[in-house]
Design a protein around this ligand. Structure first.
Ligand code: 6PG
Length: 477
């Protein structure tokens, strides 16, 4: 019997995807650059299902039923191009190559166009959920042609996470749409992680809590509207004691956050598309700042308030206030992320269904959360929603939580606890709801020094003021 799908690149992600497919009753052809990994997989997990180990590109291709479906799970960038070039010449019209790595969506667009010319389907797909997700049910975000999804979709839906039987996998849109959505997923992941980290820092600095106590606070939060994987693992990390020193784990970890690049891509593309994703940008810069150890040690002695714990009524309600600030900031971060998907969809003609994106993020992925179901409902009720901030329950939560939100940021400012994520989220909220923005002054400045012109509130057209002469406005010719 021929295999219904093949996986090449059998490091842990590829191996777990292959096992997940086999566990669901699909015959899976296996291939890896070095034969060792292929042999190991069959030795260790061969009993889990039907695997067809192969040891050359031709053997791999010959093992597959048509249309052939090949999943590539190798490092993004040049290694992906190399593997595509290894297999594409051996394939026939209608066969499908799937890139399940974290590729940049622009690379996916390029590859899709190239392979389409050669009669092949190329599906760039986001896969989220880490190693465990790949094995037990990830969230899957496939791009590519509708035709490719007809054969591939059922397999992917089969191995994805499920919410009440609904798969966390849906066809996102043509060419790079799947990888674009995965990129924004990771950007939102950065923003959410930063907001959670700021909450931790505030609880510690303003209440003097130990990490284990803060773990308890997160455990309680996880039973409410913040119920999510990221809050759950935060509790676990904070409750963990370092075996070697007996100290809280979080106190022995170097405080320099690293990144592999998907957050940075989100910010770069956000700038290109002109979408204010300030939460993701602030989170990405916060990681970057943390890693500048020279800069930090040069500045460490600068004067500022010390973190004196609050007392009395303020202390009593502080943890609850932080919960409200976290929730409101999170709504802003997700609102911005979904607006970015909307902008990408419009720019590239992808026609992405935002409700479907929220739906497949409800489980399997790193940002999985109860909250995503509310986002799904919001977009289902109103597909053209300009921002999640104005939608029913979110609007209410943010409006009702804003006193706490403002007060928490003010406390951070007073005690010298940085809250870039909370603060930028509130600034976004206040800027959006403002009647007038000082952008009018910026336009005046631009016109003054560069004759860049401005538009008026009371007349159509473009205007320039002859500043040097008499300050009288003149209509542009
Ligand atoms: C996922 C994760 C995954 C990876 C991140 C980590 O959705 O399963 O997002 O893709 O763990 O890319 O990113 P950083 O190393 O940049 O934090």
């Amino acid at each position: 019997d021929k295999a219904s799908i093949g996986v090449t690149g059998l490091a842990v992600m590829g191996r777990n995807l292959a096992r997940n497919l086999a566990r669901h009753g699909h015959t899976v052809a296996l291939h890896n650059r070095s034969e060792q990994r292929t042999r190991e997989l069959v030795e260790q997990f061969g009993s889990e299902g039907d695997f067809v180990p192969t040891y050359s590109a031709q053997e791999f291709v010959d093992a597959l039923a048509r249309p052939r479906q090949i999943v590539i799970m190798v490092k993004a960038g040049a290694p992906t191009d190399a593997v595509i070039e290894e297999f594409a010449p051996l394939l026939e019209a209608g066969d499908v190559i799937v890139d399940a790595g974290n590729a940049h969506f622009a690379d996916t667009r390029r590859r899709e166009a190239d392979l389409r010319e050669r009669g092949l389907h190329f599906v760039g797909t986001g896969v989220s959920g880490g190693e465990e997700g790949a094995l037990h049910g990830p969230s899957i975000m496939p791009g590519g042609s509708v035709e490719s999804y007809q054969s591939l979709g059922p397999l992917l839906e089969d191995i994805s996470a499920k919410v009440d039987g609904v798969p966390c996998c849906a066809h996102i849109g043509p060419d790079g749409a799947g990888h674009f959505v995965k990129m924004v997923h990771n950007g939102i992941e950065y923003a959410d992680m930063q907001l959670i980290a700021e909450s931790f820092d505030l609880l510690r600095g303003a209440l003097g809590y130990e990490p284990a106590q803060i773990a308890e606070v997160f455990r309680t939060w996880n039973t409410g509207r913040l119920d999510s994987y990221l809050i759950e693992i935060t509790e676990q990390v904070l409750a963990h004691t370092d075996a070697a020193t007996g100290k809280p784990f979080v106190d022995v970890v170097a405080d320099e956050a690293e990144q592999k690049g998907t957050g940075r891509w989100t910010v770069q593309i956000g700038l290109d598309l002109g979408v204010p994703i300030t939460g993701i940008a602030e989170a990405t810069f916060a990681r970057s700042l943390s890693g500048h150890t020279d800069l930090r040690s040069a500045a460490r002695g600068l004067a500022g308030p010390s973190r004196t714990p609050l007392s009395g009524a303020e202390a009593e309600r502080f943890a609850d206030d932080v919960e409200q600030a976290l929730y409101a900031s999170k709504v802003v971060a997700y609102a911005q992320g979904f607006n970015m998907i909307q902008a990408g969809s419009a720019e590239y003609g992808w026609n992405i269904d935002l409700g479907a994106v929220a739906s497949i993020w409800r489980d399997g992925c790193i940002i999985r959360a109860k909250f995503l179901d509310d986002i799904r409902s919001a977009y289902e009720a109103e597909p053209g929603l300009p921002t999640l901030l104005t939608s029913g329950e979110f609007r209410k939560a943010v409006e009702n939580g804003q006193d706490a939100w403002r007060s928490v940021i003010a406390t951070g400012v007073r005690l010298g606890i940085p809250t870039p994520g909370f603060a930028t989220a509130l600034a976004y909220y206040d800027a959006l709801r403002a009647d007038r923005l000082p952008a009018a002054l910026v336009q005046g400045q631009r016109d003054y020094f560069g004759a860049h012109t401005y538009r008026r509130v009371d007349r159509d057209g473009s205007f320039h003021t002859s500043w040097a002469a008499d300050g009288r406005p003149e209509a542009e010719a």
